[in-house]
Ligand binder design. Structure first.
Ligand code: ADP
Length: 253
């Protein structure tokens, strides 16, 4: 198996002096140092414009820092080609967004199967794994439903199934409950906790103080900097994991 997952407590994300600037003197990130270890569940909090989405995009390799280094799943992101970055994302990272980002014309199974599009999995196997992932988020009764036939909470559960269908080491969620009512948000957060309990490392941006306070670690941003980090209360739980890959060449598209 290809992977830089490592054992329990091994860093999955390492940002070192990560800065991101835009023309006109906008500093979205100002030298962020942040390590997230295997098995952690981290809330990223802070006011609007403080750099939360930027840091999540940098961690997810969707965005490159202007300066600083980023290691994800053991790989120095700055040393990987675009094809290797795509492979890294496909094999190791799942994304969940506030507004679901589902394809409107496709049913739940196809939306989730799309999560394996770049992982080299044949169509039939993609659909079979999609059904399993949908059952895992308790949507086994909504397989053929299209997004407009689903509630907001169900749409987000489809999006979570899409994110987890590739069995990522790292799940990144940008305000996953931001567009949901409280009850649906609680169900989504329960799922997030369940995924973490079976070993997925998770970073979740939230504006909701109650949600943030319920999570084991909170990292607070302000003006592009980490201004508080509650740290991890206890050693991350142990989960069996494959040995880490050492050679970036092993990350194939
Ligand atoms: P948050 O997620 O905490 O609301 P962001 O990471 O989206 O904050 O943004 C941090 C800062 O960077 C803000 O001042 C924002 O306006 C700026 N910013 C983000 N993306 C861009 C961009 N593409 N071009 C210029 N400025 C940007």
């Amino acid at each position: 198996m290809v992977g830089g997952r490592g054992g329990p407590g091994v860093p999955v994300v390492e940002l070192c002096g990560a800065a991101k600037s835009y023309p006109g003197g906008v500093h979205a990130l100002r030298g962020v140092d942040l390590t997230v270890r295997r098995g952690e569940l981290v809330a990223i909090v802070g006011p609007s414009g403080s750099g939360k989405s930027t840091v999540l995009n940098v961690i997810g390799t969707l965005d490159k820092p202007t300066t600083g280094t980023v290691r994800v799943a053991g790989y120095d992101v700055g040393e990987l080609s675009d094809a290797q970055l795509s492979a890294l994302r496909a094999r190791h990272i799942g994304f969940v967004f506030q507004h679901f980002h589902l394809a409107s014309g496709r049913d739940a199974v196809d939306n989730v199967a799309d999560g394996l599009l770049y992982a080299g999995v044949p169509l039939k196997a993609r659909r079979a794994r999609a059904r399993t992932a949908l059952e895992r988020v308790r949507l086994g009764h909504r397989l053929s439903h299209r997004p407009h036939e689903l509630s907001g909470g169900e749409k987000q559960r489809v999006a979570i199934a899409r994110a987890l269908v590739g069995d990522p080491a790292l799940l990144l969620a940008d305000e996953p409950t931001g567009a949901l009512d409280t009850a649906s948000g609680e169900i989504v957060m329960e799922l997030v906790r369940e995924l973490n309990a079976v070993g997925t490392t998770i970073c979740v941006i939230t504006h909701d103080n109650e949600i943030a306070d319920s999570l084991p670690r909170r990292v607070r941003f302000r003006d592009g900097e980490v201004v508080a980090d509650s740290g991890t209360p206890a050693a991350p739980s142990a989960h069996p994991a494959p040995a880490p890959a050492r050679n970036p060449e092993e990350v194939r598209p």
